[in-house]
Every structure is written in structure tokens, then in C-alpha cells.
Design a protein around this ligand. Structure first.
Ligand SMILES: *Cc1c(COP(=O)(O)O)cnc(C)c1O
Length: 411
């Protein structure tokens, strides 16, 4: 049986060779063919990720007393993140396994705050713009919180629509910086003003923007206030394994104060092995992910991130101009690494399928139907090739309609 565990094991060399062979059919992300799933900042960064991960692959962040090294690395990663995102004096945070985990923990903290501090009993709800990530729905499903998605205005969160959906049982409102579908930053200042006026918990989901937006701004890009600089923001999520270019399994969740963060922590005392305290959802916390994140941040530093993100910006500008010249229209005014673009005379999901035939794994949007790219530094080297293949794919898709299913994109 192929599926059963091999009875006597196998040599590592042969096993490794089989793995390399298995990967032969995977998207050629090292060649820049993936504009979703992988953030490719080049071989130099990949090497740091891997070697740092390997150094701490067996260590466990669950035990800070056993591994003060990891505890220190996490503290320093969190401090660096807070410094980038205008965390005020007393702000606090934790590393988590990813954006979904960070969002779940922020929702948990907001829920416990509503229950314990505000004394809210009974059903609760969370109000978010239609473009916010499904991780919020997952968190709400797990915690039995009602999700209220509100209509967008010009592809952005509409503070009026959000306010209209809020009531006494609302534990959180959300803005994205940026949202995944369009790569656009919601009007966080207006949401912050609403949060202060109505005393609401505003979470900014900067999962995909938190580690690029500050550097784009340093590079001279026009990035509106989106982080703790906006007074109404109480919590944020920012993924290290996206534009932080860290190994997968690493994100950060931040709170304006320790007093808010304390509602995230789990403490269980009533079982036979003594009290157990965990800051996040995880029990065991992979040392490798913490170590790799710390190492990549040390190696890149501000200059390194600015240079890598400068390449992303240039790639986006070239592709943006290129798709406009080819008759697409770009959704909104993207300022970071994601852009979405549409056209009406050819079905964009059919174009997506044709691009896949040429090895490109990219994403799509459905309302309106369009193509979606999440760019990495590597894309600067393949932007022209992408645009050539987009020409071909657009011609080849004329008169056809696609579902996106061939690309694993079935909506
Ligand atoms: C990626 C992403 C998430 C979820 O992060 P995972 O690491 O995939 O769990 C949440 N919000 C936004 C805006 C994202 O882009």
C-alpha cells in the first residue's frame, strides 16, 4: 500500500530525491511564476530563513524559561514591529503562527474585553467591510459571534455603513491595511474617529501590509495613516511570513496596551499538570519560525527592507502601467504590493486559466471579475515577461469564459 508507513524506513538521500521529484510539478516560484502564496525576496533571504529555522527547529517557544533565546527573539521581533507601527508607550504584542491566528487572538481579546470589562452578556457581533479577510469569519464561527459584512464605497470600507451596522453587542469593527482582494488601504483615520466617538474596538488588519507599508512610506510613497498613529486603533495583525519575508508560520498581533492584551492570554489551572499559561492559540510554538523571523529582521534591517520593498514598488508600477496600456483598468489606487485589474471585453477568469497554462499562478477577484497579483521583489525581474504572457493570454481567452477552477480558484 502506497499510503501505509514504510515498514523499514528508507535512506534520507533517496527520500530527499523523491521530494525534489514531487516538487517538479509545483509552480516555479523561484522563477517568479507565483504572485500568490509565496513571497520571494531572493536567495539571500531564503538562505537566512532556512539556516535560522534549522538552528532552532527542535526548540519550543512554549518554554521561555527553558529557551530564553526564543523569548528574547520574540520580544525583539514584537518590539521591532511595534516601532514600525507607531506602537505607543506600553503597547504589547505576541508572535503567532500566521494571520488567521493573529486575527483569532485579537477577536478573542475583544470578546473577553466586552464580556469582562463591559459586562456584555448574550449574543455578540463583529462589523467588518465586505473586503475583510475570511479569517474573521473563522474566528467568529469558532467563538459563535455574528459576522456583519458591510458594503464598500469605491472598493474601500465605508465608515457610515459600518456605523449603521454597529449596536450594543458589537465587540469589534475592522479596517484592512490593505485588504487582500484589491490591495487598498481602508480609511483608517475615519474608522478611528468612529471608534473613538462610539467607544468601539477598532482592529486594523495589516496582515499583508504591516511589514511593507512603513517602508514604502520611508521610500517616499504616499501611505495614509493606518496604524497605532491613529488614536482609535486598539489592535493590529501583521504577518511576518508575508512582506516581512520571514519563514512561514510567523505573524504578529499587537495591542495598544498591556491592559487590552491581557484578554488574549489563556490560563488553565484545573488539570493534573499544574497551571498552564499560553499567550496565543498554540501550545507548542515552533522555535524555527521565531528564530527565522528574528534572523531575517536582523539581516535585512531598515535598509534591506527599503531596498526589497522598493523593488516591489517598481514591479507594481511597471505592471500597473503595462496593464493600463493593454486596456485593463486598475481597481482603485494601490500603493503597496497588491494590485487588481479588470476588463469587460474578455473574461478575466479565462485569462487567469490561460496564464496558468504558461506556468503563472496568480489570483483573481470576482466582483468585478478581474486579475490579482501579490508582488514580491522577484517580480521586478519578470514583469515584462508577465506582460507578454498577459498579451497572449488575453488574445487566447477572447470569446471564452473561465471558472478559475483550473487554477484551484473555484468561487
Ligand atoms: C493573508 C491575510 C490574512 C490571513 O493570514 P494567514 O497567514 O494566511 O493566515 C488575513 N488578512 C489579510 C488582509 C491577509 O492578506
Amino acid at each position: 500500500m502506497e499510503q501505509a508507513l514504510s515498514p523499514h524506513g528508507a535512506p534520507w538521500a533517496a527520500t530527499r530525491a523523491r521530494m525534489v521529484e514531487m516538487a517538479a510539478g509545483d509552480v516555479k516560484w523561484r522563477d517568479g511564476k507565483a504572485a500568490v502564496y509565496v513571497f520571494n525576496a531572493g536567495e539571500d533571504v531564503e538562505r537566512v530563513q532556512k539556516e535560522a529555522y534549522a538552528l532552532f527547529a527542535s526548540e519550543n517557544g512554549l518554554g521561555p524559561a527553558a529557551f530564553p533565546s526564543l523569548a528574547r527573539m520574540e520580544r525583539e521581533v514584537v518590539a521591532a514591529g511595534l516601532a514600525l507601527l507607531h506602537g505607543p508607550e506600553g503597547a504589547a504584542g505576541s508572535m503567532t503562527s500566521g494571520g488567521t491566528d493573529s486575527i483569532l487572538m485579537a477577536v478573542k481579546a475583544a470578546r473577553d474585553y466586552a464580556r469582562k470589562v463591559r459586562g456584555r452578556q448574550g449574543p455578540l457581533n463583529l462589523v467588518l467591510p465586505h473586503s475583510a479577510h475570511p479569517a474573521f469569519d473563522k474566528a467568529c464561527l469558532v467563538m459563535e459571534i455574528e459576522v456583519r459584512r458591510t458594503p464598500l464605497k469605491d472598493f474601500l470600507a465605508d465608515p457610515q455603513a459600518i456605523e449603521a451596522a454597529v449596536d450594543d453587542a458589537t465587540i469589534m469593527i475592522v479596517g484592512s491595511a490593505p485588504c487582500f482582494p484589491f490591495g487598498l488601504i481602508d480609511p483608517i483615520e475615519a474608522l478611528g474617529a468612529l471608534a473613538l466617538r462610539r467607544d468601539l474596538w477598532l482592529h486594523v488588519d495589516a496582515c499583508v501590509g504591516g511589514y511593507i507599508a512603513p517602508f514604502v512610506r520611508m521610500n517616499g510613497g504616499d501611505v495614509p495613516p493606518f496604524d497605532f498613529e491613529v488614536p482609535g486603533v486598539r489592535s493590529m495583525s501583521a504577518d511576518l511570513h508575508k512582506y516581512g519575508y520571514c519563514a512561514k508560520g510567523a505573524s504578529t498581533v499587537f495591542f495598544r496596551s498591556e491592559d487590552l492584551k491581557k484578554h488574549m492570554i489563556f490560563q488553565v489551572g484545573d488539570w493534573p499538570a499544574g497551571p498552564m499559561t499560553t499567550p496565543t492559540l498554540a501550545g507548542t510554538r515552533p522555535g524555527g519560525a521565531i528564530a527565522a523571523a528574528w534572523a531575517v529582521m536582523q539581516v535585512l534591517g531598515v535598509d534591506g527592507y527599503r531596498a526589497k520593498h522598493g523593488e516591489v514598488t517598481r514591479a507594481r508600477e511597471i505592471i500597473e502601467a503595462g496593464v493600463r496600456a493593454r486596456g485593463f483598468s486598475v481597481v482603485g489606487a494601490p500603493r503597496l504590493g497588491i494590485l487588481a485589474f479588470t476588463r469587460e471585453d474578455v473574461d478575466c477568469l479565462a485569462i487567469l486559466g490561460k496564464l496558468y497554462e504558461r506556468g503563472w499562478v496568480t489570483s483573481a477577484i470576482t466582483r468585478p471579475r478581474g486579475l490579482h497579483l501579490m508582488l514580491s521583489p522577484v517580480h521586478l525581474t519578470v514583469a515584462d515577461r508577465y506582460l507578454d504572457d498577459l498579451d497572449w493570454a488575453t488574445q487566447a481567452a477572447r470569446g471564452q469564459s473561465g471558472t478559475g477552477a483550473d487554477v484551484g480558484y473555484a468561487r
